[in-house]
Design a protein around this ligand. Structure first.
Ligand SMILES: [Zn+2]
Length: 171
């Protein structure tokens, strides 16, 4: 998918979801899951380091996003948005995710997750697409933040667009 198509798709989905600022990533995932008819389950996890910060596993009826929990909340939000990027850009794997997931249920063993992490990466083009989606959503959120009057008491809301430093190690 080219950049213009991806931007158009992101904008239209965000509009359809009716999201209002400030951006709350778990809420975005909840609405997106409802919109797609496939819940997106966010799973904070102590992923091995070095290694990818996030991992999307497409199950039969839900999408599971593992994300490194040993990092800042803003970084976790960015990791999740990157994985959402893979979901929105339709970067399905080779169709063997169900097998991976069956191994993970009902117990999330470290061994099973590590096996999932060993699969080949999505490739550079797809990683760029996923990161572009994360950037588009963050840009959108920051523009809305600027043009929308902030309600009193909103200061504790998480702001994700400030911490985008680390872009290594995506999956
Ligand atoms: Zn990725």
């Amino acid at each position: 998918m080219n950049e213009r198509a991806l931007r158009r798709r992101c904008r239209s989905i965000l509009r359809e979801l009716g999201i209002t600022p400030p951006l709350r990533v778990p809420e975005l995932c909840r609405l997106l899951g409802e919109h797609r008819g496939r819940p997106i389950r966010l799973i904070p996890y102590s992923l091995p380091v070095p290694g990818p910060y996030g991992l999307w596993i497409a199950g039969s009826h839900a999408d599971y996003v593992f994300h490194q929990k040993e990092t800042s909340q803003a970084h976790q939000d960015h990791i999740v948005l990157h994985e959402v990027g893979h979901i929105l850009a339709d970067h399905r794997g080779d169709g063997d995710d169900d097998a991976v997931w069956q191994d993970l249920l009902p117990d999330l063993s470290a061994e099973a997750v590590n096996r999932a992490l060993r699969r080949t990466s999505y490739g550079e083009a797809r990683e760029r697409e996923a990161e572009l989606v994360a950037t588009i959503i963050l840009e959108w959120a920051s523009v809305l933040d600027r043009i929308t009057p902030r309600a009193p008491g909103d200061v504790s809301a998480r702001r994700v667009h400030t911490a985008l430093a680390d872009r290594q190690g995506w999956l």
